[in-house]
Design a protein around this ligand. Sequence first.
Ligand code: FDA
Length: 452
Amino acid sequence: MSTRHDTVVIGGGVTGLTAAWRLTEAGQDVVVLEARDRVGGRLRSERHDGSLFEIGGQWVSPDQEALIGLLDELGLETYSRHREGESVYVDRAGVARRFTGEDLPVDEQTGKEIERIIGVIDDLAAHMDPDRPWEHPQADRLDRVSFAQWLDEQTDDQEARDNIALYLGPAMLTKPTWSFSALTAVLMSASAGSFTNLVDADFILDKRVVGGLASVPAALAERLGDRVRLSSDVTQVAWDSEGATVTVNGEQLRATSVVLALPPTHVRRIRIEPELPAEHRHAREHQSFGLVIKVQAEYVAPFWRQLGLSGTGFAPYELVHEVYDNTPDGSTTGHLVGFVSDVNADAVGRLSDEERRARVLASIAAYFGDAALTPSAYVESDWQHQELTGGAYATSFDVGSLTRYGRALHEPVGPIRFGSSDVAGLGFQHVDGAVRMGTRLAGQILAGLAAG
Ligand code: FDA
């Protein structure tokens, strides 16, 4: 069987669904092909014993204007993360220290060093257009050194280094700081407006969506109706000067434009004929997923609030390097969410489920005491085990590859366009970036048609 369309979008995450919705609004005949039996990609909610757990993305920050605009458009409401009370920092000696505000309870000199380096990164980020990081005035130099090396050059203060490393390595790019460049660290910062924004948990983890962030793809898919086809794992696209033919489930879909709204790592699962230029393949071979395990524990009550604690905690020295109150709006139980990143995630990934759970809960107890050891429910994210994602939160670039290949990531090839939050500028690695990429790809297709 064969059908004809204006645009076929491959991938039903927020990027693909946003592109499809904008094109549909403009009057195009669009089909979305999604490999999974659900839409949303890296956004997914689950209910365990009646409680909502967001397994993928969940937070919205004030700089994420494209996402906030879409939430308004879809009529989705937000609520603030619980943050009243003191935060906890577990120091190098394993001592849990309470603090309020942004300044970590480290010694004065270390605090000054942290502040100074935040200023240096802010300054570098202010000179970057996140859509074109390779044009940064210091791009070549910054892309040749790992972020770990760059940090070593900035200060001898180990605890200052450990904390700055935490913000950009485990907490954001979810890779060891020796595996990505200083330029990628600056991109991550510029994509959120500044490094100051990234280190401010009250800013970057500001709001959640009532019903979960996965309500965004669900609402878009509802609007798109039967234009969205699930269980359609595309493995073949053939293109020519007139358009492209997508083959899936024994059917051929012919379209003037095709959008591959996939993580860059997944483009090569598709056999594209004629094959992509070498630079495109190389560019994507130098972009890979980080790894973080999102761990969530539900308790009969938010016991930390009774202790005067907000549920927020940070520690570069803990297995769970950051933790927050994650109680859904209106819930009477208490939820905590924590993250185990990169090499720590590798290590606990080799343990049995029971051993990993025990290690994770012991680490959360280092922040909040032994009451953390006995949750009523415990849920881990599983993205690393899913072929259609493969890691978390997103993909980032090898040392040296942004300046070498970055430009190719946005180049169309014939009628095929590429995009996902992994190649966004503003909103890089975030749902906001997915909305921006989807909107941009749709705009480019419509502008191309208008230009004739
Ligand atoms: P995404 O990967 O979501 O979509 C791609 C789609 O393509 C998938 O549905 C996939 O199944 C499909 N696909 C792949 N190959 C295919 C093929 N051959 N044929 C058809 N379909 C195919 N962001 C944020 O803003 N706030 C947050 O708090 C967090 N936190 C967070 C936590 C965790 C654990 C994760 C994993 C991620 C986040 N994120 C986040 C990141 C955010 O979830 C992510 O950036 C976007 O959801 C990515 O959306 P995309 O549509 O670009 O890709």
